[in-house]
Design a protein around this ligand. Sequence first.
Ligand SMILES: Cc1cc2nc3c(=O)[nH]c(=O)nc-3n(C[C@H](O)[C@H](O)[C@H](O)COP(=O)(O)OP(=O)(O)OC[C@H]3O[C@@H](n4cnc5c(N)ncnc54)[C@H](O)[C@@H]3O)c2cc1C
Length: 265
Amino acid sequence: MDPHENSTLFDKFSEFQTILSKDSTYSYWCMPLTGNKISWMVVKYHAKGKKYAEETIFKQSDWGEDAAETMSYEYRELKTTYGCELGDLMDRTPKGSMVKVMLEEKFYKTWYSGRICLMGDSCHKVVPFGGQGANQAILDAISIANLLVELESNTVPDIERAFETYYKQRAPVCRSVVQMSSRVGNLINRKGWLNDLVRKAALRHTPRWLSQLANDKMSYDRPQAEFLPFVSVKGALQPRPQKRSKYVPFQSKEKMQEKFLDNYL
Ligand SMILES: Cc1cc2nc3c(=O)[nH]c(=O)nc-3n(C[C@H](O)[C@H](O)[C@H](O)COP(=O)(O)OP(=O)(O)OC[C@H]3O[C@@H](n4cnc5c(N)ncnc54)[C@H](O)[C@@H]3O)c2cc1C
């Protein structure tokens, strides 16, 4: 967008806005981004119960570009704080980049069986309000790779033992991320005077140290690949300590790159 049409794009900081409808079941979000862009989102709630959601809404065929466009007609006339309607932002959204996604949350108890193991959204699906889904999926992948490097044999019992360790390492933090994202989602989105009160109290009066404590809890378990040289972690919160893999002796980064090139090129 031309920043002369929308002065928020000149601002030093991005003012991330969530606008809640008083009497209805939606909220809408506007986020100024770098490169003179505005990102927007409409969240619609389905209060008809789990069965309705699973049977009627949860169909992949409904998520395409056409579905997003059909949904967008309902919300075009919403007023933004930029002096234009949401429809103006929709019209300026590049064709094909508008999507409709079904948001769900669930923490599954079963993550593995035999040689099959789940990670990411397939075993802990979070609503995006905590910004954690992809983060935790990546950490799952690193954690499982560390265990596969150490695998004693490729028999099912050894593989299952590795999967069990992976589950024990990752499940507690993923469970609390699902809960935390759900709480943040409710805090931001729920309607009614009581929720308004809770929202105001939480957003205005939560001391910084308390929100830092919650962030630290999620960030403690952030493994690195144990079969590569560790990177030093800057910042105050150090992650859970890790041991270097016994199968890959310590080598300098340059030496490892040399070896990689010898083996694979
Ligand atoms: C609106 C929104 C905002 C988000 N914001 C953030 C954020 O700020 N930070 C963050 O960390 N996370 C965020 N997330 C969450 C993040 O996108 C997911 O947690 C992450 O993509 C999960 O990765 P995954 O690999 O587990 O699953 P996916 O990315 O869903 O990958 C699964 C893949 O499997 C494919 N697939 C499915 N079925 C089959 C099949 N039968 N055969 C073959 N392939 C198949 C799918 O097409 C897909 O490509 C957000 C999500 C949404 C919806």
